[in-house]
Design a protein around this ligand. Structure first.
Ligand code: ZN
Ligand code: ZN
Length: 742
C-alpha cells in the first residue's frame, strides 16, 4: 500500500470505530457532575497536516561514543591555579556550606497553633513541593475544598472568598503575606470559577487531584478510554542491540532551566518563600545566608551567568551535536507573582539565546508546567472565556518554536501545544503537552476526558507512523508515571505505549529535576519490559541539586537502525566548588553503559538494572549519587527511600505503585530483614564466644533502657551506619576539583 493511502484508510477506520462505539459511554450520558455547558468542539483529526519531509539534513557528524569501561574521575588531578584561587576566596565563600532549617518560634494564638498542628501544614507544604503526597495532604485538601465549596454555596462573592483565602494563608503562616496575596489573587479566581461549576464533593475532588494517597474513589465522570483503530498489534519481536560502530546522532537534552532574571548574588538565600536569592529578598541575616555567585542549593533558580556559562561550555565541548530536545520549565519558581507578560519574556529571551548559541541546529521543544501564568493553568480548548483562554501562550509558542519546526506543526501547536515532526526518513519525534495530565491543572475538574483530543491525535500519529514504518521518539515535560500525572490520563497513555511498543523506541521527559528513568511493562506480563522513558536532569539547582544536562547517542542512519538510544551521559557542574573557587567546571559525571555495566539501553536492559539495584546496594548507591547529580547536600537514603526510588523507576503508569512495586519492595524488605538478622546472629555468637571464657551473662533481665535486645541493636547499628555514612560523606566532599573525563 502506498504511504499516501494510509491516512485515508486510517480516517475511515477511525470513523467506523467511532460509529460502532456509538454513544454508550460518553460522559454526557452519565449523571451530571458539572453544572456547566461545554461548548462544542469541532476539531477534526483528519484535517491535521502531517510532517512528511525529513527536517534534519542527510549528514552524519562523526561521534565518539563513551568508552564502555568505567573511568573514574581522577580526583588527585588538582589544578594548582584553582587551589591558589581557593586560598584567596576561601574565607569569603558565599556558597552554601551548611544546611538545615531555622525554625521560627511560633507566636500564634493557641487555637491557630492547634489548627496548624492538626493539619500539619508544614508537612503539606513539603508534600506539595515534592509531589510525594500522603494522608496529611489529603486531609488538608478536603478541608480546603470543603470550606471553599461552603463559601460558594453560602453566596459569598469572589472578592470575599479571595480575601478569606488570603487571611487563612497569613494567619496560619502558610507563606509570607506577599506570597499569600499573590497566590490567593492568582489562583483564587480560577479555582472559584471551577468549583462553582462542579457538583462533586471534597472527597471526589481530592481523590481526583491527589490520587492514591486520597482514597481511590471511583468517579464515573472522570473515567474514559481512548479508541484504537481496528488494526491488530504487530507481533512483538525481540529488540536487537544496536550495531556497534554504526553511525549515531548526538543529541543534547536540556530540561527545567528555570532561568531567574532577578537572581542577585549575595541576596538572602534563606527567605522562607518558594523562591529566594532575589533582590526583593533583601540582605542575608547570617554570613551563610548569602546567595552564591553561580547559584545556590537552597530555594533558588538559575542565574543568567550560569545559563550563559553552561551554553558556552556545551557549544565548545559538544560542537558536534545533531539536534537538541528541550523539555520545558523555562520561567523561575516565583509562582505567586508571575504574569503572562513576564513568562512570555522569559520564553522569547531563552528561545533567542538558544538559537544564537546553536545556529543551524534543530531544536525540538516541549511545553513545561511553569510556562503558563498562573503556573499549572492550562485551560483546554473548551474553556473559551477571553480571560481564561490559553491562546496567549500557544500562539506565541507557535511563533517562537517555528524557527526550528516545519509549518505543518502550527495547527496542533495553536490548538494544544503538541506536534509531530519527521526528523529523518523513518524517524519521527512527537512532542506531547503533558499539562493535560497535570493534576494541579484545575480546569480538568470540569472535564478531564482527553483534553484537546491530544491522546486520540497521538494514536492517529502513531498508527500512521506504524503504517509508514517509522520509529518514534516521544518528548514531553511531566513523566507519565509521575504522581503529578492524573491516573486516568496516565492509564490511557500506558495503553497507547503498550499498543505501539514496537515503534516508540524512546521517551524523554523532565520535571522532577533528578537524573532518572521509568520503565514500561507489558500490562499482562510484568516480567516483560516494553518501553523506556528517560528523565533528564534539570539545569536549575532548585533545590539541593547541582545543575546538569544530558547527551544521548541515538542509533543513526544505516540499514539496520533501531533508533534506540545507544548510550547516554550526564554532565554536571559542582555548584559548591564553583562558588568556592569562583570557577565553574562542567564535567561528565558518568556514561550509562559503563557506569552500570549495561550491554545496551533497551527496555529489557533497564529492567535488568532495576533488578540488579534491588539486590546490590552498592550499585543502587551509585545510581543514587547520579540521581542527585552528585550533590554534596543530598540526604541519606534509607531503605524506605531506596524502595521509593526503585518503585519510581518501575512506574510508567501513575498512582499504581502497588501493582508495579510489590516485588521490588518485598525483596528490599527481605534483604533488610536478612541483614539485621545476620548482624544480630553474628553479635550474639560473638557474645556467646566471650561468655564461654567467663561467667555466663544474665540475659533474662536485659541491660540498658530497652528490654528487647533487638531494639537496642537496631539503634546501635543505625547509629553506627550513620557514623560510617557521615565519614564517607565528609571524606568524599573535601574541596577537590573534579574534572570531566570527556
Ligand atoms: Zn521544573
Ligand atoms: Zn515542571
Amino acid at each position: 500500500m502506498s504511504q499516501y493511502y494510509f491516512p485515508i484508510v486510517l480516517v475511515f477506520l477511525m470513523e467506523l470505530l467511532r460509529l460502532v462505539h456509538c454513544n454508550s459511554s460518553g460522559p454526557q450520558q452519565r449523571r451530571a457532575q458539572v453544572e456547566w455547558q461545554q461548548p462544542e468542539d469541532n476539531w477534526n483529526i483528519q484535517t491535521v497536516p502531517r510532517s512528511v519531509h525529513p527536517l534534519l539534513e542527510n549528514q552524519h557528524n562523526d561521534h565518539q561514543l563513551p568508552p564502555t569501561s568505567y573511568q573514574m574521575i581522577d580526583s588527585n588531578n588538582h589544578d594548582e591555579k584553582l587551589l591558589k584561587r581557593l586560598m584567596e576566596i576561601k574565607n569569603n565563600a558565599t556558597g552554601r556550606t551548611l544546611f538545615g532549617y531555622n525554625k521560627e518560634e511560633s507566636h500564634l494564638p493557641p487555637l491557630l497553633t492547634k489548627t496548624i498542628k492538626y493539619f500539619n501544614l508544614q508537612q503539606v507544604a513539603f508534600e506539595l513541593e515534592t509531589s510525594v503526597m500522603s494522608q496529611v495532604s489529603c486531609t488538608a485538601c478536603k478541608a480546603g475544598a470543603g470550606l471553599l465549596q461552603h463559601y460558594i454555596k453560602s453566596g459569598k462573592s469572589k472578592e470575599e472568598i479571595i480575601k478569606t483565602i488570603y487571611q487563612y494563608c497569613v494567619n496560619l503562616k502558610i507563606q509570607s503575606p506577599r506570597v499569600c496575596e499573590g497566590v490567593s489573587q492568582l489562583f483564587g479566581v480560577e479555582v472559584i470559577y471551577v468549583l462553582k461549576r462542579v457538583t462533586i464533593g471534597p472527597d471526589e475532588i481530592c481523590s481526583f487531584i491527589i490520587g492514591d494517597a486520597c482514597g481511590d474513589i471511583y468517579n464515573p465522570y472522570h473515567e474514559w478510554e481512548v479508541d484504537f483503530p481496528p488494526v491488530a498489534k504487530p507481533e512483538v519481536r525481540e529488540l536487537p542491540l544496536p550495531k556497534e560502530a554504526a553511525p549515531v546522532f548526538k543529541v543534547l537534552h536540556l530540561s527545567d532551566t528555570h532561568y531567574d532574571p532577578y537572581y542577585a548574588e549575595g541576596s538572602n538565600a534563606d527567605c522562607n518563600e518558594p523562591l529566594c536569592c532575589r533582590l526583593t529578598n533583601g540582605r542575608p541575616t547570617t554570613p551563610n545566608g548569602a546567595a552564591g555567585k553561580w547559584g545556590d542549593y537552597r530555594h533558588c533558580d538559575t542565574p543568567q551567568r550560569t545559563v550563559d556559562h553552561m551554553l558556552n561550555h556545551i557549544a565548545e565541548t559538544h560542537s558536534d551535536i545533531d539536534f537538541i530536545i528541550w523539555t520545558g520549565d523555562l520561567p523561575p519558581h516565583d509562582v505567586w507573582n508571575q504574569t503572562k507578560e513576564e513568562n512570555l519574556n522569559v520564553l522569547k529571551a531563552t528561545v533567542k539565546q538558544m538559537s544564537e548559541k546553536f545556529p543551524g541546529i534543530p531544536i525540538f521543544p516541549a511545553l513545561g508546567n511553569h510556562e503558563s501564568a498562573p503556573v499549572n493553568s492550562f485551560p483546554p480548548p473548551y474553556v473559551q472565556q477571553v480571560d481564561s483562554s490559553i491562546s496567549w501562550l500557544y500562539d506565541e509558542l507557535d511563533v517562537q518554536w517555528r524557527r526550528w519546526l516545519p509549518a505543518s506543526v502550527s495547527h496542533t501547536v495553536r490548538r494544544g501545544a503538541f506536534y509531530s515532526v519527521l526528523v529523518r526518513p523513518g524517524y519521527r519525534i512527537i512532542s506531547m503537552n503533558m499539562n493535560y495530565c497535570n493534576n494541579k491543572n484545575w480546569w480538568l475538574l470540569l472535564n478531564s476526558t482527553d483534553p484537546a483530543t491530544e491522546l486520540q491525535w497521538f494514536i492517529y500519529e502513531l498508527q500512521s507512523a506504524e503504517f509508514a514504518n517509522e520509529k518514534v521518539h516521544v518528548i514531553g515535560h511531566i513523566p507519565p508515571g509521575h504522581s503529578d500525572c492524573l491516573k486516568v490520563w496516565s492509564r490511557n497513555y500506558y495503553k497507547i505505549v503498550s499498543r505501539y511498543e514496537s515503534i516508540i523506541v524512546a521517551q524523554f521527559f523532565g520535571h522532577t529535576h533528578f537524573d532518572e528513568f521509568e520503565v514500561f511493562y507489558d500490562p499482562h506480563d510484568l516480567s516483560r519490559a516494553t518501553s523506556i522513558a528517560y528523565i533528564g536532569p534539570s539545569v536549575t539547582p532548585y533545590y539541593d541539586l547541582n545543575p546538569g544536562y544530558r547527551i544521548y547517542y541515538v542509533d543513526g542512519d544505516h540499514e539496520d537502525t533501531t533508533r534506540l538510544v545507544v548510550d547516554h551521559e550526564s554532565w554536571i557542574m559542582n555548584l559548591k566548588e564553583a562558588n568556592l573557587y569562583d570557577y565553574p567546571i562542567w564535567y561528565k559525571l558518568y556514561s550509562t553503559r559503563a557506569a552500570y555495566a549495561m550491554r545496551g539501553l533497551r527496555p529489557v536492559d533497564w529492567d535488568g538494572l532495576v533488578n540488579n539495584m534491588t539486590d546490590n546496594k552498592e550499585l543502587f548507591d551509585l545510581y543514587y549519587k547520579h540521581y542527585w547529580k552528585n550533590s554534596p547536600v543530598r540526604p541519606d537514603c534509607d531503605y524506605e527511600c531506596r524502595k521509593r526510588i526503585l518503585c519510581d523507576a518501575k512506574s510508567g503508569r501513575s498512582h499504581d505503585r502497588k501493582y508495579f512495586c510489590e516485588d521490588v519492595e518485598a525483596k528490599i524488605d527481605e534483604n533488610n530483614k536478612g541483614w539485621k538478622e545476620w548482624i544480630f546472629s553474628s553479635i550474639s555468637s560473638s557474645a556467646s564466644h566471650h561468655s564461654s571464657a567467663g561467667p555466663v551473662p544474665d540475659t533474662s533481665s536485659g541491660g540498658g533502657g530497652s528490654n528487647n535486645p533487638q531494639d537496642q541493636l537496631d539503634a546501635d547499628t543505625i547509629e553506627h551506619q550513620h557514623l560510617i555514612a557521615q565519614t564517607v560523606e565528609e571524606s568524599r566532599y573535601q574541596p577537590s576539583v573534579q574534572r570531566g573525563s570527556g
